[in-house]
Design a protein. Structure first.
Length: 340
């Protein structure tokens, strides 16, 4: 829709959006409620996030393409609720097209498909665009920037896990042994680390794991100091802690330029911890290692739940989710691997 003088009618694009689309606020609200429902404690009293125990990415059962953005935690949540150990998903028409059927009592999961105007004004941006970080979050070194059509809203689609179907034989990929996955993840992080790579230095010692921004150095106690946690042995948990600090390091001024220097206990500090927590889950999923909530991260559960539940703070939470994926992709690229 355009005005007589040829200028785009900004409100017109919104009016042209199909009625069945949901707004960003509505979509974020639904996801937030789902996340809050899946933050719980296990039998040992340890906190679990929606991605706890995840050892892979949700993917299309037939194309093999992984989900991105908010659909990843959406399907991780659905897999946990349904007790699904395989992360293969497809819509009903795809299952039917391959000779399968969705079981009558299947609940599936609703994913969100962004919809954009097919024609009309295009928004372009680079790292020099005024207020770009407020609008999109740090681009993370993408000097070319990008462009996009007017966002109209999200279309809901219900997809079903392979465990909710019958009549079709799909053999999921065999997951690696947790210790093998942990070793592969450690090797990749060490390839990025200084002095061979351009990542942070890694020093073994001390009483707790941390990344020092001024020295760009990760200090982590020896692996023998780490006990088993959840489904993973001490060494695998040690690797996850190393990955967690690596995600922190990805936000330095010379890398992704995240504002990660908030004071301890502040909302900014808690948000950066969420970036590192979820970013580690992405790293673990890439290598096939079951993710566990780090022990020290449990201290932030209260602030995370408050941020997710408060509409005014919800966008900051989803910003953190997006930054986590960007950070994991960055770290893996520096390790010579592709998140996809």
């Amino acid at each position: 829709m355009a005005q007589a003088d040829g200028k785009a009618d900004r409100d017109g694009w919104k009016r042209d959006a199909p009625d069945q689309l949901v707004t960003e606020d509505e979509a974020f609200g639904e996801i937030a409620r789902g996340i809050l429902d899946t933050i719980d404690r296990d039998e040992a009293g340890q906190w679990r996030m929606p991605w706890t125990g995840v050892a892979g990415f949700p993917t299309n059962a037939f194309s093999g393409r992984r989900f991105k953005g908010m659909n990843t935690p959406i399907l991780w949540m659905a897999a946990r609720k349904g007790g699904f150990g395989v992360h293969l998903w497809a819509p009903p028409q795809q299952w039917k097209g391959k000779g399968g059927v969705v079981l009558p009592d299947a609940k599936g999961a609703v994913i969100l498909v962004p919809q954009f105007a097919e024609d009309g004004p295009v928004t372009r941006w680079t790292r020099t665009t005024i207020d770009i970080e407020k609008k999109l979050g740090p681009i993370g070194g993408d000097a070319e920037g990008g462009e996009g059509r007017k966002f109209l809203g999200f279309r809901k689609e219900r997809w079903f896990n392979v465990h909710e179907t019958s009549g079709i034989d799909i053999k999921p990929p065999e997951p690696p042994a947790p210790l093998d996955a942990a070793k592969a993840m450690e090797d990749a992080l060490r390839r990025w680390a200084a002095p061979k790579g351009k990542g942070p230095a890694i020093m073994t010692g001390g009483l707790r794991a941390c990344w020092a921004p001024d020295r760009d150095r990760i200090t982590i106690p020896p692996e023998t100091a780490f006990l088993s946690r959840g489904e993973v042995a001490g060494f695998a948990y040690w690797v996850q802690c190393l990955g967690h600090e690596g995600i922190h390091a990805s936000g330095s001024k010379g890398r992704l330029k995240r504002d990660n220097r908030g004071a301890f206990g502040s909302s900014k500090y808690a948000r950066e911890e969420l970036v590192a927590e979820l970013g580690t889950a992405y790293l673990c999923a890439h290598f096939g290692l079951p993710a566990q909530l780090l022990e020290h991260s449990a201290a932030y559960i209260k602030s995370w739940r408050e941020a997710i539940g408060a509409k005014a703070e919800r966008k900051a939470f989803f910003w953190a989710v997006r930054q986590a994926e960007i950070a994991a992709k960055y770290v893996l690229a520096k390790c010579g691997q592709d998140l996809g």
